[in-house]
Write a protein that binds this ligand. Sequence first.
Ligand SMILES: C[S@@+](CC[C@H](N)C(=O)[O-])C[C@H]1O[C@@H](n2cnc3c(N)ncnc32)[C@H](O)[C@@H]1O
Length: 252
Amino acid sequence: MNDTPSLPPVNTPPATAPTGIKPGVTHPKTIKSFVRRAGRTTTGQAKAFEDLGPLYVMPYASQALDLAAVFGRSAPTVLEIGFGMGEATAHIAALMPETNFLCCEVHQPGVGALLKRIGEQGLTNIRIVSHDAVEIMDHMLKPDQLDGIHLFFPDPWHKKKHNKRRLIQPPLVARLATRLKPGGYLHCATDWQPYAQQMLQVLSAEPLLANSVAQHEGEGYAPKPHYRPLTKFENRGLKLGHGVWDLVFLRR
Ligand SMILES: C[S@@+](CC[C@H](N)C(=O)[O-])C[C@H]1O[C@@H](n2cnc3c(N)ncnc32)[C@H](O)[C@@H]1O
């Protein structure tokens, strides 16, 4: 593992809560886009947690983040929602060292896996919040703050009765769009065609967003941007003949 870089402390709990939410008061129960899966944390992931967690994992707090203080520099910042095991996250962060990546994931082994990659690759431009990205967006991010948002292969919630758990729905997209700076981008990718169609419909209907590609005759999907790697998961699907759809929309 590389030497741990020196970083500003990030795990100081906030003194006060903004947006009218009292500290210690639980949020009203809402439909979540995830169920917490059981999963084994490997010895390597546990060690990464111990060594790097205090530097790179920030607690959730109902308080707007000072991104420059959190990353120790002012730089363009991208929010990643649901990074899974962090394969694409680490790849992109290495490719774009000049960009800060604020990454959310609720699956603990995934957080350990990304921390392990951070250590192995000596990455300094990632911070992790292990919490519901919807609450992070609502309470930790301010309007016009982000340069980009990555949402790669969000849970498709195949069954009709579960579709309501999908992240890309009009109210959430409207809130996400406000967090982007004008000119910032929202990049979604999915391998589930009905969800791709829903994404295209919902994103196209959001007044604050404009498709980065010309949209005619039902098309409007973007070519895969160069920075998004083909992950093991995606490659397996492609070999089986499954499609993948990228959507890149820009904040007006
Ligand atoms: C299908 S996986 C895809 C992971 C990764 N993006 C990839 O491309 O391999 C979706 C991930 O999103 C996470 N997730 C779902 N809803 C979330 C939320 N509201 N906040 C944070 N993470 C979430 C899940 O725990 C899961 O790991």
